[in-house]
Design a protein around this ligand. Sequence first.
Ligand code: FAD
Ligand code: NAI
Length: 477
Amino acid sequence: MSQQFDVIVIGAGPGGYVAAIRAAQLGFKTACIDEFKNKEGKPSLGGTCLNVGCIPSKALLESSENWERIEHKFAAHGISVEGAKFDIKKMLERKDGIVDKLTGGIAFLFKKNKVTSLFGHGKLLSHKDGRWQIEVAGAGSTETVEATHVILATGSVPRALPDLPFDNKLVLDNEGALSIPDVPKKLGVIGAGVIGLEMGSVWKRLGADVTILEAAPGFLLAADEAIAKEAQKIFTKDLGLKINTGIKIASIKAGKNNVKVSYADSEGKEVAETFDKLIVAIGRQPNTWQLAADEVGLPLDERGFVVVDAECRTSLPNLWAVGDVVRGPMLAHKASEEGVAVAERIAGQHPHLDFNTVPWVIYTSPEMAWVGKTEQQLKKEGVEYRKGQFPFGPNGRALGLGEVAGFVKMLADAKTDRILGVHIIGPFASELIAEAVVAMEFNASSEDIARIVHAHPSLSESLHEAALGVDKRSLHS
Ligand code: FAD
Ligand code: NAI
């Protein structure tokens, strides 16, 4: 007889593993199926995020920023470092060590919460007598397991350019971009999105000459315009990234040792450049590969996402889907919160997730983070708003850190003063945004933030001043 569960989760990324833990906490007999293998060919839980996404990228960002501090920032502190050098092998090993620690941590959490971890490819077989039958094709063996509820959390995979498959030697996806063994002299990046900017920054700081080619007519069009403008200025002038927007690729030819990219620039001029490596980061697509969606009649939308309602229910009985494989932002924390919410719904609870308060962070230097509406969205929607903006330049803590670039912008409803959006570019924007998220979740007004005591000296004082600025009473500008 096949193994029986209350809940089976397919995929152990931040959507799936968190859903499995929460389901087990709620008393369900739970299994989680995952097929990811690390470089040594061993099963490794945590999905894209822990293995080849959020975590390793942040490790490399930090290493490269440390190098930049030595090269360009320590001198201002009166610190000189003679004969400094970096060891890329060690840097990559450190990153891999962090990944191993966290992925191993999930295995530990599964044991602790009594989640059965099944290694292999999960496939929907059928739904009979109120139970789902799932095939798990593991290393050398295939078994069928059954559950009342199934949560699909199969994530996403990188989108390739037509006729340019990833080989992760010359043409790199996220996995390749995180493991380049030697700093390339000339690195091309297709796509000035989140991965392009984060990975482009890493390799630029480590010495590569980085050119980013972006098809969209402008830079970071999803971000608030003021943030995008400031970021573009800093990334091109200070960091030295070459960012060409509005380009149209004509051809890409991967040779033996390099890749030749021909494109028309924003003025239509034909340009040809040869790169030692090319990162292609043009977005990701939902992963429903060999899940048997068609066979069981699971609707996918025109872009391949599993169709779900606002509560992550598919149209099939007791079949749920969360994370990158469904609509909404492709973010780890969004995936996890959906996973928790689904487990709780299965238990008959009524959780709620507000997409408008999901924060975005881009971990460049300086970082960018935002929540809620951008100024251009509010204008388009005809919403009347007031704005407060405060730079990090006069902030004592930012000066101490030597990280004074950027600002905080707060947008509040003109009539009710309710905060509609907060946009930050500057040091530790990823941490500062949490205050704005909490404020928005609690429907706070800019006045609420203005009247809260913020520690001095702290970066959060710039958020405080931006809130005061909404009412034109910033104290330090
Ligand atoms: P995934 O993490 O993709 O996990 C899906 C898992 O399911 C994988 O292990 C996969 O192997 C497995 N799987 C798929 N199909 C099957 C099957 N049929 N059977 C068995 N197993 C299967 N987000 C952030 O919020 N912050 C960041 O800083 C950030 N940085 C990123 C950096 C990079 C380079 C990349 C690529 C992504 C980054 N993201 C970041 C996005 C984040 O990784 C994803 O949003 C998140 O991983 C989605 O989680 P998920 O659980 O939906 O899917
Ligand atoms: P992205 O959607 O952020 O950016 C892709 C960029 O490529 C866009 O600017 C797009 O206009 C451009 N593009 C598309 N086709 C092109 C073409 N043919 N030629 C040139 N440019 C083209 O996607 P990215 O960077 O691949 O990342 C995927 C997702 O992973 C992100 O959207 C995000 O959800 C997630 N992620 C999140 C991170 C974070 O939270 N810090 C970090 C990295 C990834």
